[in-house]
Design a protein around this ligand. Sequence first.
Ligand code: PLP
Length: 457
Amino acid sequence: MEALAEKDLAHLLHPATNLAMHRKTGPLVIERGEGIYVWDTHGKRYIEGLAGLWCVAIGYGEEALVEAATTQMRKLAYGQLFASRSHEPGILLAEKLESWVPPSKRHTGPWKFLFGNSGSDANDTQVKLVRYYNNVTGRPNKKKIISRLNGYHGVTLASASLTGLPPFHAHFDLPIPGVMHTGCPHAFRHAHPGESDEAFATRLADELEALIQKEGPDTIAAMIAEPIMGAGGLIVPPEGYFPKIQAVLDRHDILLIDDEVICGFGRLGTRMGSEAMDMRPDTVSIAKALSSAYLPISAVAVPDWMHEAMLEPSNQVGAFAHGFTYSGHPVAAAVALRNLELFEERDLVGHAARVGVPFQARLQGLMGKPFVGNVRGKGLLGGLELVADPGAGKRFDPSAKAAIRLAALAQEEGLIVRALAGDTIAICPPLVITEAQVHELFDALERAIARFADEQV
Ligand code: PLP
């Protein structure tokens, strides 16, 4: 084993990793990247088919972002936003975001952007804001939050509780009280035989209504949802799902928190995923593609009416007492601002919509390949679900680790993709991918599927 890999095994504790398996396999050490490609320490090239962790939207090696970071670092390496201090990159990024995040449902004025460092802390902030808002508006019992089974919202105590995946709760004493999970809009797995999209969406809305009635509408503050569910299985809700869910939420004055951490900034061929999925949120969480992950930064879009309600209470206790040392870090903010300028100059959202067409066509083309049970996606986001018997939709035995095996074969074929729960492979390349590279990606995936099929006999 190479020296770096040995040091990895000796000293690193890997997040979101099967630690026992890692001890046997060791790491894949990536050394450099350019465009949609990365190279490992042996010089092998891969298509980064997951854009890192769904985040390197602009691709690797973007000199303009290196320039933005170094220029800002030389000028003002750190500046805070606490106690009315401010700085240019933070102010200009907040102003820029106004044109990227569509108005909220009950919009009365501009958003206020509250910066953080990760998607997890953005969603944690959402939980705190919802509590704060209902406390200061005289509804102290309206605190519970509904999430969805298979939703992924992060790993801090509150955001991991919102996450609806068992490994993120097991051994951590989660979820925290006051978080409930409603049904997952995964038609391939959960729609009844012959059930239409419309009927399935209605059933999910009825299930939500029943949960709200059981808990008491006056106790529920908000629901959080990703436009398309990412890490929980690349799940595209059925047509008409969000309007039906929102009608239920509106009836009971329950806020909708939109987790745009994956879908935001062009991934679905629209500025925010909400626009592609007919979602009308009250508040929004953004991260990842905001800076194309060149530096960590996230934000919560706080609606004006919520901000207004916070003014007097913050005066009473002396502060709106929330935020991080690195909230709106000027170097991260300068990089995010330049990143969004480049998105606009290069029309990356339009590009994602255009290249999303051959991408989705190649994805659909995987249906009929051996052991492919279902494919789904939108824009430059896609998932394929493996099944042991496509005709019967019969799952592989979990011990077969089918998706993990397919991802390993794809890696041998020079393509990095992610194996998710439910034997699904996720594909989420940098948005700068060209049509020719889309074909290169799917050619590699098809070679991996063929090898996977050969292994099953
Ligand atoms: N929300 C969604 C939809 C995500 O996909 C993720 C991470 O993948 C998060 C939140 C958490 O973000 P982070 O890993 O930056 O804490």
